[in-house]
Design a protein around this ligand. Structure first.
Ligand code: FES
Length: 158
């Protein structure tokens, strides 16, 4: 079992308060959500910042899902799916890797930290790997300042 990729937080950033930050995790049903479920059943403590969204496959996650979550209040987004080569829909997670990389480039081009969007992979039988992924993105997002938004970009704005 390997640990999730590490991304350093922005140097000198004013961290978002742990209670305030929000991370949306798009999880494929077959592996990541199953690992999350097993993790919850084992009563593994997880950061309260993470909200799970059940997806049939990470191949169903579009850049629009990720950007909309960030635009509507999330400080970070993660996509969690099956191990590469083990997607139950063949190539869904390879498509997700490309889309996450696309969103990272897009964020960087507009001056937003690309590490706010990350991809993780795991098998259904690896709840500790899911927990490690969630803790990792919580650590990274916790090291970044709150994501600034214009009034027009926030939910409920006139
Ligand atoms: Fe898990 Fe496709 S079914 S990533």
């Amino acid at each position: 079992m390997t640990a999730p990729a590490t991304v350093a937080g922005a140097a000198g950033a004013t961290p978002a308060a742990a209670a305030d930050r929000k991370i949306v995790a798009f999880c494929c049903r077959e592996c990541a959500y199953a690992a999350a479920d097993a993790s919850a059943n084992a009563r593994t403590p997880l950061p309260p910042s993470v909200r799970l969204v059940l997806m049939p496959c990470t191949g169903r996650v579009s850049p629009l899902h990720l950007l909309s979550a960030l635009a509507e209040g999330a400080d970070g987004v993660m996509v969690a799916g099956c191990l590469l080569g083990q997607c139950h829909y063949r190539e869904g997670n390879f498509n997700a890797v490309d889309r996450v990389a696309f969103v990272q480039r897009l964020l960087k081009s507009v001056g937003v930290e690309p590490e706010r969007c990350q991809m993780f992979t795991m098998s259904a039988g690896e709840p500790p790997r899911f927990a490690a992924a969630v803790r990792e993105i919580d650590r990274v997002i916790g090291g970044l300042p709150p994501l600034p938004r214009s009034e027009a970009g926030t939910r409920g704005a006139a």
